[in-house]
Each structure stands twice: as structure tokens, then as C-alpha cells.
Design a protein around this ligand. Structure first.
Ligand code: NAD
Length: 358
């Protein structure tokens, strides 16, 4: 067995239908008295519900969170934080709302009680990001990792089918990269395999019946595992490509993860053969066909399977390959610009991937 380092990042998880009602209890447990509720505009009704559950422990509501945490929203929210004299943050929503809470925590060190409603997994990581002048700066700091996370599957029933599937694929991507990250370890690999299995079984059930309570719970559980893996071990080529495509070409976050993942698994087949076996076992396919089987799964779930469908221009592929290879993340297969350009071309065209020799 290879040597490894395993670090525990403590937090509390409250999981179950109706558990949103525990929000006041969780804030009190942290010894806080004035929480700022944070959401996107689209989820302002849910933010109001959290406000009423908090009752006199609510210090304000900010409902202008946006994707990729633009700096102007951070500055505006910080003004509200000072004006209302709040002492804690309660994001309710997906990675955008949680991301804004993290950016505020970076400045204030206020504890976060997160109530996620997508499968992106940000609530389980110490990773923050802020976008200024079109450039997203990211970093890691334990101060931004939520102290308490309430997973209430009922809040995910309204997640539209397309976002349900692509967000679930985002969580599967966290698990996949955790299997071959530079600091991978056997504990996180167990969680990663279970996460891939749980999500790949539950997403088709949710598509067939968005109110399938058991499948919704299982998907949220899988997302918790994916977020935990992402927060504990590093990322590799897949996340690097998604950051470049999202950051430089403004492609939608979860859909980009969905399109790119099978192609990266294919790219990494030689460098991470054990991980490919685990992925195949988790999705229940032949180990020589893991990327293809994942591609088929997405195709059957009615989500985009090509970069072209989500707004990428073919003429941008050369520059994207260049940017992605200039300062690469650690990756088990060697990174070279020509091979990455070919990967992007296959993803652009939505070609079913096979195992590739790099
Ligand atoms: P999102 O938070 O941007 O949400 C997308 C849209 O769906 C929003 O309008 C939101 O209000 C709506 N929505 C969310 N939950 C809903 C529900 N249950 N019902 C109906 N509508 C709902 O999407 P996301 O994919 O969760 O987050 C993407 C962002 O998170 C990106 O900026 C990404 O970089 C970041 N992210 C960060 C980390 C991290 O560790 N820091 C991890 C994953 C993602």
C-alpha cells in the first residue's frame, strides 16, 4: 500500500427531510445571535422561509448572490453585514449562494451554516472564489468551510431536471478526480466510489420522477460525499479544464463539468488505471468502457453532451488548449497541448470517448 496523509476537517452535518427547521438550533449551537441569510434572487422565497425559521436570530437577508461570486456582490453584502451588525452567515441555495457566504467569511471569519439545494458540493470544501474584471481568483482557507451543513432533500425537489443531472455530474466529477488526485487516500477513495455509484443510480430515477423522495435523498447523499472528497483531496485535469472553460469562455458551470468528464476519464486511463477500475465498478460497466458508459448515461439523461451545445466556439479551442496547459494542475497522465486540443475537439463535437493512449 502506498503511503498517504489523511487530514480530518471537522464539521457538523444534519441530514434528512424537513431538517431545514433545525437552522435556528444550529446557529444557537455556534453561539451566534444574528445570522445573515444569503440566496440568489430566484430563491428569495426560500430565503424568507429561513428568515422566519430563524425568527429573532435573523440579522438580515441578502438575495443578490450570482454565479462565480462577482466582487461587487461581495462588497455590497459586506456593507449590509456591517450595517446590520450580523455575526454569522446562512447561505441557502447552490454553489453561488454558498460561494458568496464564503467570500464574506474570508473577510470576517464569521461561521457559516449552509443549506445546499443543488449537488455542487461547495458546502463541504474550504475552497473560495471571487470574480473581478472577468478573472476568477480562488484559494483555500479553512475559515470559509461551513461549520454546519443542513442537507434537506425536500429543498431539491424544485431543482429543474437539467440542473439536477448536470449538478449531479459535477458531484461525480469531484469523486472521479479524488480517486487519482496527487494527495488521494484510501478513505476518500471509498467515499468517491460510493458517491459515483449512488449518483449514477439515483439521477435516472429523478429524471423519471422528480419527486422520487428516496432518489432525491440518495443524490443529496452522493453530493455530500463528492463535496467531502473535493474538500479533502486535490483536483486534476478535469477541474482545470472546467475552470478555464467557465472562466475564459463563460460556459455554464455544471454543464461544462458534464460534457468534459468522460473525455478526461478517457485521457487519464493510462495514468490512473486503478481509478478507472473503481469508476467502472461504481457505474457497473466493463472496465475498458468506463468513459463511454458515463457518456451513454449522460446521453440518456437528456443533457448536453458537446461543448458546441453549451456555447463554445470551435475557433476558441486552440487558445483554450494553450491556456489549460500553461499552468496545469497535477495530473496522473502527462499534459501536453496537442493531446488536450484533441480532447477538447472530441468534447466540442460530442464524440463518444474511448480509452486513449497518451
Ligand atoms: P447555482 O448556485 O449557480 O444555482 C443555479 C441556479 O439554480 C440559481 O438560479 C439558483 O437559484 C437555482 N437553484 C438552486 N437550487 C435550486 C432548487 N433546489 N430549486 C430551484 N432552483 C434552484 O449552481 P451550482 O451549480 O450549485 O453552483 C455553481 C457555482 O458554485 C459556480 O460558481 C462554481 O464555481 C461554484 N462551486 C464552488 C465549489 C467550491 O468548492 N468552492 C464547488 C462546486 C461549485
Amino acid at each position: 500500500m502506498e503511503s498517504f496523509v489523511y487530514e480530518v476537517q471537522a464539521n457538523r452535518v444534519i441530514f434528512g427531510t424537513g431538517k431545514i427547521k433545525k437552522v435556528q438550533f444550529e446557529l444557537k449551537k455556534l453561539g451566534r445571535k444574528r445570522g445573515l441569510v444569503i440566496s440568489t434572487q430566484e430563491q428569495s422565497e426560500l430565503a424568507e422561509k429561513v428568515q422566519s425559521l430563524l425568527s429573532n436570530l435573523c440579522g438580515g437577508v441578502y438575495t443578490k448572490a450570482r454565479q462565480h461570486v462577482p466582487l461587487d456582490t461581495v462588497e455590497e453584502a459586506l456593507k449590509l453585514v456591517r450595517k446590520q451588525n450580523v455575526d454569522s452567515l446562512i447561505p441557502v441555495g447552490g454553489g453561488s449562494s454558498i460561494g458568496l457566504a464564503k467570500a464574506i467569511a474570508l473577510h470576517t471569519s464569521f461561521p457559516i451554516v449552509a443549506i445546499p439545494t443543488t449537488y455542487a458540493g461547495s458546502e463541504m470544501t474550504p475552497i473560495w472564489g471571487i470574480t473581478e474584471n472577468g478573472l476568477k481568483k480562488t484559494g483555500k482557507n479553512l475559515v470559509v468551510k461551513p461549520k454546519s451543513v443542513i442537507y434537506d432533500p425536500e429543498l431539491t425537489y424544485t431543482l429543474p431536471s437539467r440542473l439536477t443531472v448536470t449538478s449531479g455530474m459535477n458531484a461525480i466529477a469531484h469523486c472521479v478526480e479524488g480517486l487519482y488526485a496527487e494527495n488521494a487516500n484510501p478513505i476518500m477513495s471509498l467515499l468517491a466510489e460510493e458517491g459515483i455509484r449512488t449518483l449514477s443510480l439515483s439521477l435516472p430515477k429523478i429524471l423519471a420522477d422528480p419527486l422520487d423522495t428516496n432518489a432525491r435523498s440518495k443524490a443529496l447523499y452522493g453530493c455530500w460525499l463528492g463535496g467531502t472528497v473535493l474538500g479533502s483531496v486535490g483536483m486534476a485535469l478535469h477541474h482545470k479544464l472546467c475552470h478555464v472553460l467557465g472562466g475564459s469562455y463563460n460556459l455554464p458551470h455544471a454543464e461544462t463539468h458534464t460534457v468534459i468528464l468522460p473525455h478526461v476519464i478517457s485521457y487519464n486511463a493510462n495514468g490512473a488505471p486503478e481509478a478507472i477500475k473503481v469508476i467502472a465498478r461504481a457505474i457497473g460497466c466493463d472496465e475498458n468502457d468506463a468513459p463511454g458508459a458515463l457518456f451513454d448515461l449522460m446521453n440518456s439523461l437528456e443533457v448536453p453532451i458537446s461543448l458546441k451545445e453549451i456555447g463554445m466556439k470551435e475557433s476558441d479551442l486552440d487558445v483554450a488548449a494553450k491556456i489549460a496547459t500553461e499552468t496545469p494542475y497535477y495530473n496522473p497522465s502527462p499534459i501536453n497541448e496537442r493531446a488536450i486540443r484533441q480532447l477538447l475537439e472530441r468534447a466540442y463535437k460530442g464524440i463518444r470517448p474511448q480509452l486513449v493512449n497518451i
